[in-house]
Design a protein around this ligand. Structure first.
Ligand code: FAD
Ligand code: MG
Ligand code: MG
Ligand code: MG
Ligand code: MG
Length: 552
């Protein structure tokens, strides 16, 4: 008996499948994966069942290790070192995986068709477009830069999202220094050209600011003597603090370090317009508007929905949402056999309070209208599985188990004698939903979701064959797929000068040189191949010995 059964049945005995179509035995089931980023690649690395035929479609034929993109902007790491061709990654697999370099521009879930076109600049005499069928669709197209429709941003700002962006930034930084060295300029011009503005105080903006500061002060000052005094780095953030998703200690440390480094951190300052020469901001406090000239601006304020996803959401009745909503098994709500993961998707979590009567009557086995502790204990696991916020709530309240929570509403009664009616039950759990949080748009989440979904696909056949579950698990409820559960492993914020802030699980915070070494080792170990691992480590070593390369 599982709770899953009454609150929108999960894929209990095998995911809704195409097994109903007759000739399933002759034909391999076709899985199409859109995207070769963190989510898509992690799915491909983990898919093992050779009974699938997998087709991958993505405009980029490589995986890019995005956490090192800020390092590429200043040549600390070379672009080539952080990318791995997708064909390399799937070549040795037993599963039949094919790749097409193209962009999917329309998903037709009703007819299970995908409309694709090869990259813009290919001249194929009108043979650019093709249609792909699927049995299962895995959408992992990620997100795009969000400009919040601020005028002039697309035309005048650099983004830091793709490998090409990072390479372009690197060239532009050097360009600015070369231009500022020309003898024809006066001081004002030099100041203007060497003013680097960064919009967005999130992890990417902060890391880029730190990289740029190091690049200028460790390498460029030696090569462009006399220019240092004209260099200025400004970090603009609309909120009250930079790195606001991190622990307060980290935020404070970062703000102070930047101040010492001479990076101008302007919080509470929203960019409202960017022209080719000036950037205009509005102070959040008093509405004051001002402008400053710049040499280069990097826009890094968060992510928005891709047009293909927006269009698809309208088709399936999700038009008023911000990301593609899935259930806890990553199945897109409102259509069959379509899964979505990573930055383009969000898990629509279930509220305990919405299902409270169903939970109660399920637990109340003898229909007495009250719950005993024993009755409750029998469904606790299911509750925590389906409603992770319950576990989180208990953890944050430092309670050992849910019985403590229920006991609380009854005063100091002995455990065995607790009985709760529905109203008491409701009030005991009323605060629990406040713990619900959307998962962050990070590589960590995307990679875990990719691996999770691949494991579900690997087990799908087994689950169809034995609807009751394999013999050893029968009756234990283990045959069904467990809902996706994110495991947070911690987060880094490199702050420059070989110092990194790390926030590890359990609110363990560490800042300084030792975390920088932890950062090096974690990022080396997370590389998708031994090839890129070797390249990245070589780049770091080269940088230590010779400094960064400053040719454009
Ligand atoms: P992506 O990795 O963006 O992949 C999307 C894929 O879909 C790409 O291959 C793209 O080419 C393809 N695609 C796009 N449109 C289409 C289409 N129409 N049809 C087919 N394919 C398409 N996260 C962390 O956890 N730690 C970090 O340190 C960190 N640092 C970051 C630094 C930077 C500079 C950036 C930009 C991001 C960083 N992130 C980090 C976030 C992380 O990169 C994203 O959360 C992650 O990439 C999301 O994975 P995804 O697979 O959903 O999307
Ligand atoms: Mg992806
Ligand atoms: Mg990626
Ligand atoms: Mg997501
Ligand atoms: Mg009862």
């Amino acid at each position: 008996g599982s709770l899953v059964a009454y609150a929108d049945a999960g894929p209990t005995n095998g995911v809704p499948s195409i097994a109903s179509t007759a000739n399933v035995d002759e034909k391999k089931k076709k899985v199409v994966v859109l995207g070769t980023g963190w989510a898509g690649t992690s799915f491909l690395k983990n898919i093992k069942d050779p009974s699938y035929e997998v087709q991958v479609i993505s405009p980029r034929n490589y995986f890019a290790f995005t956490p090192l993109l800020p390092s590429v902007t200043c040549g600390t790491v070379e672009a080539r070192s952080i990318v791995e061709p997708i064909r390399n990654l799937v070549r040795k697999k037993r599963v039949d995986i094919r790749f097409n370099e193209a962009e999917c521009y329309k998903i037709d879930a009703e007819n299970r068709k995908l409309y694709c076109r090869s990259n813009e600049n290919n001249n194929l005499n009108g043979k650019k477009e093709f249609v792909v069928d699927y049995d299962y669709l895995v959408i992992a197209v990620g997100a795009q830069v969000n400009t919040f429709n601020t005028p002039g941003v697309v035309e005048n700002c650099h983004f830091l999202k793709e490998v090409e962006d990072a390479q372009r930034i690197r060239r532009t930084v050097i360009d600015c220094f070369e231009r500022a060295s020309l003898p024809t300029l006066d001081e004002e011009d030099r100041k203007k050209i060497l003013h680097f503005a960064i919009v967005g105080g999130g992890p990417t903006g902060v890391e880029f600011a730190a990289e740029l500061h190091d690049f200028v002060n460790e390498d460029l000052v030696k090569l462009y003597p006399g220019l240092q005094e004209f260099v200025k780095i400004t970090l603009l953030e609309a909120g009250d603090h930079i790195l606001n998703m991190f622990d307060k200690r980290i935020t404070t440390f970062a703000e102070e370090k930047f101040r010492r480094d001479g990076i101008d951190v302007k919080t509470g300052s929203m960019v409202i317009k960017v022209t080719d020469k000036e950037i205009s901001t509005k102070e959040m406090k008093n509405g004051e508007i001002s402008s400053m000239p710049y040499g280069m601006t990097v826009w890094s304020t968060g992510i928005g929905t891709r047009p293909i996803i927006k269009d698809f959401m309208t088709q399936i009745g999700q038009a008023n949402r911000r990301a593609l909503a899935t259930d806890e098994w990553l199945r897109v709500e409102g259509c069959d056999n379509v899964y979505a993961l990573g930055d383009c998707a969000t898990i629509n979590q279930r509220k305990v309070m919405e299902d409270i009567s169903a939970i109660f009557s399920k637990a109340d086995k003898d229909n007495s209208g009250t719950l005993t502790v024993k009755e409750f204990q029998e469904v606790i696991d299911d509750i925590c599985e389906r409603y992770p916020q319950v576990e989180l709530y208990l953890k944050n309240k430092q309670m050992h188990n849910i019985v403590d929570l229920l006991k609380g509403s009854k005063g100091d009664v002995a455990k065995e004698s607790i009985e709760l009616d529905i109203e008491e039950f409701k009030s005991a759990l009323s605060q629990v939903d406040s713990q619900m949080k959307n998962l962050p748009a990070t590589a960590q989440v995307a990679a875990q979701q990719g691996a999770y979904l691949a494991h579900c696909f690997n087990r799908m056949e087994e689950c169809e064959k034995y609807p009751e579950g394999p013999l050893r698990f029968r009756g234990s409820g283990r045959h069904r797929f467990r809902a996706f559960r994110y495991k947070h492993l911690g987060q880094f914020a490199p702050l420059g000068g070989e110092q990194t802030a790390a926030q590890l699980p359990g609110d363990w915070v560490s800042i300084g040189h030792s975390s920088q070494w932890l950062w090096y080792s974690v990022y080396a170990s997370k590389q998708v191949s031994w090839r890129t691992r070797a390249l990245v480590v070589t780049d770091w070593t080269r940088r230590f010995i010779f400094g960064r390369d400053s040719s454009r």
